[in-house]
Design a protein. Structure first.
Length: 116
C-alpha cells in the first residue's frame, strides 16, 4: 500500500474509531442508565471492536512507513484506549508532520492556502 493511501486510511480509521466509541457509549447509556435494551451495544460493540483492531494495525503500519519514534508509536497505540483519543492523536500526528509532509498543509498546491 502506498504511503499516501496508508496515511489516508489511518486518518479515516482514527476518526471512525472515535465515532464508534460514541456509538458504543450511547448504547451503554441506553442499556445501563435508561434500561431500554441492548440493541445499541449489540450493534456498536462489534463495529467498535473491528475498528479498534484496524486502528491498531494501521498505527503499526504508518509508524513503520513514516519512521515514528518508539514514544510516538506507543502514544498512537495508547490513544486507542480512552474514548475519542484517536481523533486527538491523528490531529497531533498531522500537525507535527508524522503523517507525511503533505499532512501539515492539506491545502498546499490547491490555491486555497492564501485565505488561511
Amino acid at each position: 500500500m502506498r504511503a499516501t493511501r496508508l496515511t489516508t486510511a489511518f486518518r479515516v480509521v482514527a476518526f471512525a474509531e472515535a465515532l464508534s466509541w460514541a456509538g458504543l457509549l450511547a448504547g451503554m447509556y441506553a442499556k445501563y442508565v435508561t434500561e431500554s435494551g441492548e440493541l445499541g451495544v449489540k450493534v456498536f460493540g462489534p463495529i467498535h471492536g473491528a475498528v479498534f483492531i484496524a486502528y491498531g494495525l494501521l498505527t503499526l503500519l504508518v509508524a513503520r512507513a513514516q519512521r515514528w519514534s518508539w514514544p510516538a508509536l506507543l502514544l498512537g497505540l495508547a490513544a486507542s484506549v480512552p474514548p475519542f483519543a484517536t481523533a486527538a492523536f491523528e490531529v497531533w500526528a498531522a500537525r507535527t508532520g508524522r503523517l507525511g509532509a503533505s499532512s501539515r498543509h492539506p491545502l498546499r498546491g490547491t490555491g486555497y492556502q492564501r485565505g488561511l
